[in-house]
Design a protein around this ligand. Sequence first.
Ligand SMILES: [Zn+2]
Ligand SMILES: [Zn+2]
Length: 334
Amino acid sequence: MTIHAYAAQEIGGKLEPFEYNPGSLNGEEVEIDVEYCGICHSDLSMLDNEWQMSQYPFVPGHEVVGKIAAVGDRVENFRVGQTVGLGWFANSCMKCEWCSTGDNNLCADGEGTIVGRHGGFADKVRAHAGWVFPLPDNIDPAKAGPLFCGGITVFSPIVQFDVKPTDRVAVIGVGGLGHLAIQFLKAWGCEVTAFSTSPEKEDEARKLGASHFINVKEEGALEAVASRFDFIISTVSADLDWVSYINALRPKGRLHIVGVAPNPLSFGVFPLLAGQKQVSASPTGSPHTIEQMLDFTARHGIETMTEMFPMSEVNAAMDRLRNGKPRYRIVLQR
Ligand SMILES: [Zn+2]
Ligand SMILES: [Zn+2]
């Protein structure tokens, strides 16, 4: 059989039609007929080999929604035709300490859907059945792709670090991840503040659930919220004024980072020490947390805001992400 995909042949290259033969289906894998695939900033980073782990030809795409096309002979929990999603991970060892206690996203042998594998900018993609998830009926498949990477990346820390409904929280960045983080935290019960450098996003941030909007470009904006927050999540891939954000935490507060800042972080120990504060980071989420997120999303009517491109216009879509700042997540439709 042949899978028809879009691949770059070199670092930063244009995506062009590319065919490959995936071989026979592994007994524990499923094959998905791709219907939609979101575009994540990591697809761009991997296309550009920013993390020195890309292989070419490179097929991006790790926010897949589609229908099960085939199941391996040891897969019992999926049937052909079922609508499912697939995110950053396509496999993990399933037997290490982390996999066997449900933290499969921390497995040292985890396989990214686009790392040493061909991703979802294609008519079909394969993954271990343990990393594929049924989509609840009342989530729109056309908008669901971004939940499987962007969504779980901001949902998982809420669970991992026990964010409480009584907490005052803040989201740095109203973008692909941030617009979902605001909705999750609002539905969780928290009072949510949005930090942004784009004042024109204020109305939308408030509609998504932010009670407060702070334009961090304004002089003194961060100083004005000193000792305010229990939890701040940074969703932006930029170097920030880390010291001011740490100062914006209450004692025992946490600054949590899911956006990959280009440079090492720099801040003194004393502000952390005096307030018993924490700085942390996390990668996507575990299979069980993905299931919780899907259930929570369906129950609270949380919706990804998307711009749709046909998959045949994948290069235009990638350029829009690179230059145009989409509102808020681009999804390719096959
Ligand atoms: Zn991603
Ligand atoms: Zn493992």
